[in-house]
Design a protein around this ligand. Structure first.
Ligand code: ADP
Length: 399
């Protein structure tokens, strides 16, 4: 069975074609500049990269092009579109409607569309992609949607409510949703495979640290709390997002800098975090390089990030009544031994004892990096959201 995984944005469309027998990626790529031009970068398993300018007025033309590259020419990976058994879409916001992945129906599309207010940059684009697939693929190709928010739907009200007038929860569903759920769920499942643990008896903290970052408390296999909130802006400082700030700061800056809501939104989402702090870069490697060259601002941004992760681990240990494991994933979590060291240092009181040589040896890899006998195990588990989307899609269409 071959499954096409789609991650669509308003002007881009990332894809992977996965062979479910081996779980190998047959081809992957990205269509960019949809609506304003068009560029496709397509890579196949044999190492070929094709980069072509194209004309993508809408997502439909982008899908037509990717289908052409998948099925024709010397680098074709399938003979016929009918070989693609199903399509799985990553969806950012599933609101209260979706606590698991589902097959696409008209009702499902309508609900994703109705949630656009909560994810204006993402949900409308997801709907465009689903509709485009309906046009480009054979009519009987099933589509499945997998939500970033679904894994967090098990949070109790005490974790997801805000201390605001209750009417705004009723009127607008203002509450914490949490994001990166597919990644937190993937690494939780993978940790179970690696340790042989029954995850329904374990308490773990999963740290997804990349351009966007979030931490989740997973108790007995279910998410009970997470750092992102109503939108992905909350929680940790990120590449360009501020993370949590006192809400009064937002009002203060809007007033004094004369910013309207869109400008303030831009400031918080695109000009803050590592970029805003350093004044130079949103990329954690460049930030570290800048700090090493003496930038105080970049050093503070690094220290803040690591301090905040440490605090989340402590608070989630308290919330769950202890922890059995901490998992690091995402571009920074998987690749920065320095960060993992700084987060885990002086945490013996909680039972966390990092094995520093192992932490360095296993950098970029998968494995346990805590000492033998550490009460809390610390793991690096590379995430693979596309694979989880493909597995959910396979499971739903096989039913
Ligand atoms: P996204 O959230 O967009 O999926 P990634 O998970 O790929 O992003 O993470 C990207 C981040 O990972 C960047 O900030 C990058 O600098 C960081 N990163 C990658 N390798 C390293 C490394 N060796 N040390 C520190 N940070 C790294």
């Amino acid at each position: 069975m071959k499954i096409l995984v789609i991650n669509a944005g308003s002007s881009s469309l990332k894809y992977q074609l996965i062979d479910m027998t081996t779980e190998a990626v047959l081809a992957k790529g990205n269509c960019e500049r949809i609506g304003i031009g068009g560029l496709i970068t397509h890579k196949t398993a044999d190492g070929t990269t094709i980069k072509e300018e194209a004309d993508f007025p809408t997502h439909t033309e982008a899908f037509q092009k990717l289908v052409e590259l998948l099925t024709t020419g010397e680098h074709a990976v399938v003979k016929d579109l009918a070989e693609i058994s199903a399509i799985g879409h990553r969806i950012v916001q599933g609101g209260k409607y979706f606590s698991e992945s589902v097959l696409v129906t008209e009702d499902v599309i309508n609900k994703i569309e109705n949630l656009s207010d909560l994810a204006p940059l993402h949900n409308p684009a997801h709907v465009l992609a689903i509709r485009a697939c309906q046009k480009v693929f054979p009519e009987d190709t099933p589509q499945v949607v997998v939500f970033d928010t679904a894994f967090h739907q098990t949070m109790p009200p005490k974790a997801y409510m805000y201390g605001l007038p209750y009417e705004y929860y009723e009127k607008y569903q203002v509450r914490k949703y949490g994001f990166h759920g597919t990644s937190h769920r993937f690494v939780t499942g993978r940790l179970g495979e690696l340790t042989g643990w029954d995850m329904e008896t374990k308490k773990i903290v999963t740290c997804h640290l990349g351009n966007g970052s979030s931490v989740a408390a997973v108790k007995y296999g279910k998410c009970v709390d997470t750092s992102m909130g109503f939108t992905p802006l909350d929680g940790l400082e990120m590449g360009t997002r501020s993370g949590a700030v006192d809400p009064s700061v937002v009002l203060f800056l809007m007033k004094h800098e004369k910013l309207n809501p869109d400008q303030m939104n831009d400031l918080l989402n695109k000009k803050s975090g590592f970029l805003g702090m350093s004044g130079k870069t949103s990329d954690s490697r460049d930030l570290i390089a800048d700090a090493n060259q003496g930038s105080q601002r970049s050093q503070i941004a690094i220290d803040m990030f690591r301090y905040q992760i440490k605090k989340y681990i402590g608070s989630y240990a308290a919330a769950m009544g202890g922890i059995d494991a901490v998992v690091f994933t995402g571009g920074i979590g998987e690749n920065s031994d320095e960060l993992r060291h700084d987060v885990c240092v002086d945490m013996e009181f909680l039972g966390i004892e990092l094995d520093d040589p192992m932490n360095t040896e296993l950098n970029h890899k998968e494995g346990r990096i805590s000492k033998d006998g550490s009460k809390v195990e610390v793991w690096i588990v590379p995430t693979n959201e596309e694979l989880l989307i493909a597995r959910d899609t396979r499971d739903l269409v096989s039913k």
